[in-house]
Design a protein around this ligand. Structure first.
Ligand SMILES: Cc1cc2nc3c(=O)[nH]c(=O)nc-3n(C[C@H](O)[C@H](O)[C@H](O)COP(=O)(O)OP(=O)(O)OC[C@H]3O[C@@H](n4cnc5c(N)ncnc54)[C@H](O)[C@@H]3O)c2cc1C
Ligand SMILES: Cc1cc2nc3c(=O)[nH]c(=O)nc-3n(C[C@H](O)[C@H](O)[C@H](O)COP(=O)(O)O)c2cc1C
Length: 582
């Protein structure tokens, strides 16, 4: 009897997750089990076709779904859409924009793009190459391609949904036929995105499908997926890792779960559900003339975003109050600049007017959870999860400001308290095979996932080498997890560590300077197949690190700047240059 294993091909009309699930069952099944399954499915089909002779099978119509995603929201929606599409007579092909071959787009009949915006109006890191090509002169014509775009973003950013908007414009400019209007979603995207997917499928489904009917979008998760429901955890450690003389506060939070911890992997994050600062809410209510509204106070502390000030908020305020100065701010085109560094409280304090509870509520959106990289490996800490959270504090426009979630953690959560979290898997920031080398660049809280990586490599006795670049302000006061790294260096789970403390000497030293100093070894590790990981600040650090690596290639290998850029782009294409930046 043959003992060969069956593999479901990636081209099968299932999502990637479903293919993995099927392979897990069908792959190791015995020939008898497989024969039974084949007979069973054939039987099901013939029974369902008994009442009427089955019409000749019509080949499903193709639908290409491209997603540009960083933290997984668009990817999840694209998967959900593919499932719904399959139920509606379409054969979806799901493509991560990271893997998009632009030339192939011209032959798509129907195209959906689901894209988020990052940085300050930038595409997600993995999508940068394909996005650049799409916007460039070499982009293919898309005459006759029916398309629709769903954009995800955050109204708190000036460049709200910029990437989705630009892709939508570009597809039309290349000759595509927009058959569904774009929808721009804010952080509470679930309902509008589901509605858009339903509407888009009504238009895109083949004519023989009943276009009038209600399209169901199944937002269930595949059976094999880990639990991503909100769960409550107990805080069993709450420690400030900075010294008392540091001007920073970075909290190490250890969470314990009733029963098993969510099945996280190194590289995943937890979404944390915070509450607002009661003192801030009290002042906001006082300014709005609503101090006596106890129920509103409780609701605002728990579940409304009472700090974000977007252009939309200013417009709503102007419409609600007819405040002359606010209307003038918008009419003069000055509102966009005015909101920079300001919060909702500034709007009401600067242009005071008594508001009703409903008016104030309409100026806010639901309070969103904040993501934190998991800083532990379950193989080392069991049913715990560790987070590393830096308290965001700054001054602007004469007011002391505090980040909502990080100060909820730093100032109001205590050991023994409870917090609500939800697993946010990130399969794009995972460890490679145990024999592969890894280079990790994680200044500040960017080091969090690398503590998980190192713990995992220790627990699995991985033989690949691990090299960490860490940086912060001062060696004495800000060396996060210093003892952990020393132990890891001793037991070999960390092979090498380079540190950059920016405020120890007159000249600033950052991780990118250390990368440059070590460029020869760095390129040698990369030539030997090492993966390169970057986590932390997206605004400056991640860009500087990438630019430094390009310069390192050029210098060590005597390459032209273009060839060096290609070398780094090659690492990205091969998924060996991996980022999780924020
Ligand atoms: C995938 C991912 C992983 C993350 N991992 C971690 C982690 O491990 N540890 C960690 O600490 N954080 C991490 N973050 C960031 C975290 O999610 C929050 O964004 C951060 O804690 C701030 O949230 P907050 O609610 O405290 O601040 P918010 O209330 O959201 O305020 C932050 C906002 O304040 C404004 N702001 C901040 N500083 C200034 C300034 N100096 N001047 C003017 N305006 C300013 C900006 O508009 C900023 O967006 C991660 C983010 C992502 C997306
Ligand atoms: C660091 C950071 C920068 C962001 N920048 C923008 C932005 O410039 N414009 C915008 O509309 N949304 C911005 N967003 C919001 C994301 O687009 C939004 O969270 C989206 O749901 C992410 O989808 P994804 O998980 O598929 O990447 C930003 C989010 C983060 C964390």
């Amino acid at each position: 009897m043959s003992t060969s294993t069956a593999t479901i091909p990636r081209t099968a009309p299932f999502t990637e997750e479903d293919v993995a699930l099927l392979n897990r069952v069908v792959g190791p099944a015995s020939p008898i089990q497989r024969a039974w399954l084949a007979g069973f499915l054939a039987g099901v089909e013939s029974v369902s076709g008994q009442a009427q002779p089955a019409a000749p099978a019509r080949p499903a119509e193709p639908l290409t779904i491209v997603y540009a995603s960083e933290s997984g929201n668009c990817e999840k929606l694209a998967n959900d859409m593919a499932k719904a599409a399959r139920k509606n007579g379409l054969k979806p092909t799901l493509i991560d924009m990271a893997d998009l071959d632009l030339a192939a787009l011209g032959s798509a009949k129907r195209l959906v793009v689901i894209a988020s915006t990052w940085g300050e109006g930038d595409p997600p890191a993995r999508a940068v190459r394909a996005y650049g090509e799409l916007m460039g002169e070499g982009a293919p014509r898309l005459d006759g391609v029916e398309f629709g775009v769903l954009a995800l973003g955050d109204t708190a950013y000036a460049e709200f949904c910029a990437v989705g908007k630009k892709i939508d414009e570009r597809l039309a400019a290349l000759g595509g036929k927009r058959v569904v209007e774009r929808v721009d979603c804010d952080l509470d995207f679930a309902a509008p995105a589901a509605a858009w997917i339903g509407d888009a499928l009504k238009v895109l489904a083949p004519p023989e499908a009943d276009r009038g009917r209600v399209i169901e979008v199944d937002f269930g998760k595949p059976a094999a997926a880990p639990n991503t429901d909100i769960v409550e955890a107990e805080i069993i450690e709450h420690v400030n890792l900075n010294s008392s003389r540091s001007d920073k506060e970075t909290v190490h939070l250890a969470l314990a779960f009733e029963g098993a911890a969510p099945a996280y992997e190194p590289g995943d994050s937890l979404d944390l559900y915070a509450e607002n600062d009661p003192a801030y809410v009290d002042e906001l209510l006082r300014l709005a003339g609503l101090s006596s509204e106890e129920a509103l106070r409780a609701e605002f502390i728990k579940s409304r975003d009472v700090t974000t000030l977007s252009l939309k908020t200013v417009e709503t305020y102007a419409a609600q109050t007819a405040h002359q100065y606010v209307k003038a701010l918008i009419a003069d085109g000055e509102a966009k600049a005015w909101i920079v560094g300001r919060q909702l409280i500034d709007l009401i304090a600067t242009f005071p007017i008594a508001l009703t509870a409903d008016q104030l509520r309409a100026l806010t959106r639901p309070l969103s959870p904040r993501a934190y990289s998991i800083a532990s490996s379950r193989r080392e800490v069991g049913d715990e999860a560790h987070l590393l959270i830096s308290a965001v504090r700054y001054n602007s426009h004469g007011r002391a400001r505090k980040g909502v979630a990080s100060n909820y953690v730093a100032e109001r959560l205590k050991r023994g308290g409870r917090v609500r979290v939800k697993l946010k898997p990130n399969k794009h920031f995972a460890l490679p095979a145990a024999d592969k080398d890894i280079i990790m660049v994680g200044p500040g809280t960017g080091v969090a996932p690398f503590r998980a990586f190192v713990q995992e490599r220790r627990a699995t006795q991985a033989i690949g080498r691990s090299w960490l670049f860490f940086g912060d302000r001062q060696f004495t006061h800000d060396f996060l997890y210093q003892l952990d790294w020393q132990e890891a260096l001793k037991d070999g789970s960390l092979t090498r560590m380079d540190v950059a403390f920016s405020r120890d000497r007159p000249e600033k030293v950052y991780v990118q300077h250390k990368l440059w100093d070590q460029r020869r070894d760095l390129i040698e590790w990369l030539d030997g197949g090492a993966n390169f990981y970057v986590c932390g600040d997206a605004k400056a650090m991640a860009k500087d690190v990438r630019a430094t690596l390009v310069r390192a290639y050029a210098d060590v290998k005597a390459l032209s700047p273009e060839a060096a850029e290609q070398a780094v782009a090659g690492l990205e294409r091969d998924k060996r240059y991996l980022q999780d930046t924020y």
